[in-house]
Design a protein around this ligand. Structure first.
Ligand code: GH3
Ligand code: MG
Ligand code: MG
Ligand code: MG
Length: 350
């Protein structure tokens, strides 16, 4: 039997001392129950308490609701349901292990402790034995919400740490380790998909002068703005990272030769497009760009590509700055030119 007493008083969201402030958007909750009378009781109670209720009439519907994109994060599952029971739904949710966490409260008429162990082992967070008191259900759900809030904070902290570990704090671009990892990954993907890859090294021109003239903080804001301009000039699937100081690496998947040069020109123009603000002073800032590329890349070419782009960058500096230069390099030999064993043997014979 379901609750026969209710200690609820007042309208939804009514405050009772330690009650947390009502959420701006009602929290979605799944209530899975096969008995129509109890379904409507649960729906009425939960709605009254301010939840956005999703009802399921059996375990299969509950499992479907818990797999949806915008799944409820709080679930009340009746143990005994036709088709799939609540414990099985629990097991599947935990096996899927998706994030964010789903807090599950199991409703059971069973009181044998072995049964409860089975339910908790399946991954339920809490249980209520029928018949139960409405107030008890309400406070247990509140405890579940506290766990979910804590988990949300943990996820946010983890995300912030991940962001810190992979991004440069001044410019918000990928940091050195991350852009090098991206280059490595793009090279291996390009190899799998037989696509070319280009690499750009961008270096701000006479940047020391900006620092010396306007101060280091002004220099910082120029670096931030240069990063923003580069980001807005690249395609969605290009990666921009801070290699160090006023040097940046840009990985251009699918580009080589002329197309890489065109992309690099676009970036150079975006940086040089208008004055930067260094402190309160407008200042013209330009950059030089070195380009290297591979038609048939391989992962082991990370370092050679960087070296070649660096050489091209020196060339650009040498030839007057605010320009793009590509590394003068022999084209990759076509794969068919690799000698096979019989022709090698013939060459040795002669
Ligand atoms: P070039 O055209 O030859 O590249 O000249 P440059 O002045 O840009 O090159 P140089 O290597 O002499 O100077 C780079 C300057 O970048 C020196 C350094 O103080 C400055 N720099 C490096 N990192 C930062 C930073 O995070 N903030 C600021 N404000 N300056 C930085
Ligand atoms: Mg039932
Ligand atoms: Mg430099
Ligand atoms: Mg420089």
């Amino acid at each position: 039997m379901y609750p026969v007493t209710s200690t609820e008083a007042g309208p939804a969201g009514a405050s009772s001392g330690s009650e947390p402030a009502p959420p701006v958007r009602p929290l979605k909750i799944l209530a899975a129950e096969d008995n129509p009378v109890f379904q409507s009781m649960l729906r009425t109670m939960l709605t009254k308490w301010g939840y956005d209720v999703v009802m399921a009439r059996d375990g299969t519907q509950a499992w479907q609701a818990l797999q949806s994109e915008d799944t409820p994060r709080l679930a009340i599952l009746d143990w005994m349901m036709p088709g799939m029971d609540g414990v099985e739904v629990c097991r599947r949710v935990r096996a899927a292990g998706r994030e964010p966490y789903i807090y599950i409260l199991l409703l059971t008429a069973r009181t044998e402790s072995q049964d409860l162990v089975e339910g908790m082992d399946a991954g339920a967070d809490d249980y209520l034995t029928k018949p139960f008191n409405a107030h008890e259900l309400r406070v247990r759900l509140r405890a579940g919400r506290r766990i979910l809030d804590l988990q949300e904070q943990l996820l946010q902290a983890r995300e912030a740490l991940r962001e810190q570990a992979t991004h440069d704090s001044l410019t918000g671009l990928l940091n050195r380790a991350s852009i090098l990892e991206t280059l490595h990954n793009e090279l291996s993907r390009a190899r799998r998909e037989s696509q070319p890859v280009a690499l750009l090294i961008v270096d701000l021109d006479r940047f020391k002068l900006v620092n010396d003239t306007y101060g280091h903080l002004a220099g910082d804001s120029v670096l931030r703005e240069a990063a923003r301009r580069m980001k807005s000039a690249v395609r969605r699937y290009d990666a921009v990272g801070r290699y160090g100081g006023e040097e940046f690496l840009i990985v251009l998947p699918g580009c080589e030769g002329d197309t890489a040069h065109v992309q690099a020109e676009r970036i150079r123009e975006a940086v040089a497009a208008g004055p930067f603000v260094a402190g309160t002073h407008p200042v013209a800032v330009t950059c030089s760009i070195g380009v290297s590329c591979r038609t048939h890349p391989s992962v082991s070419e990370t370092d050679p590509l960087i070296r070649e782009a660096d050489l091209a960058l020196y060339l650009a500096k040498d030839r007057g700055r605010n320009r793009v230069e590509a590394c003068p390099r022999q084209p990759d030999p076509p794969a068919t030119e690799v000698p096979d064993l019989p022709s090698l043997a013939m060459a040795i014979d002669h």
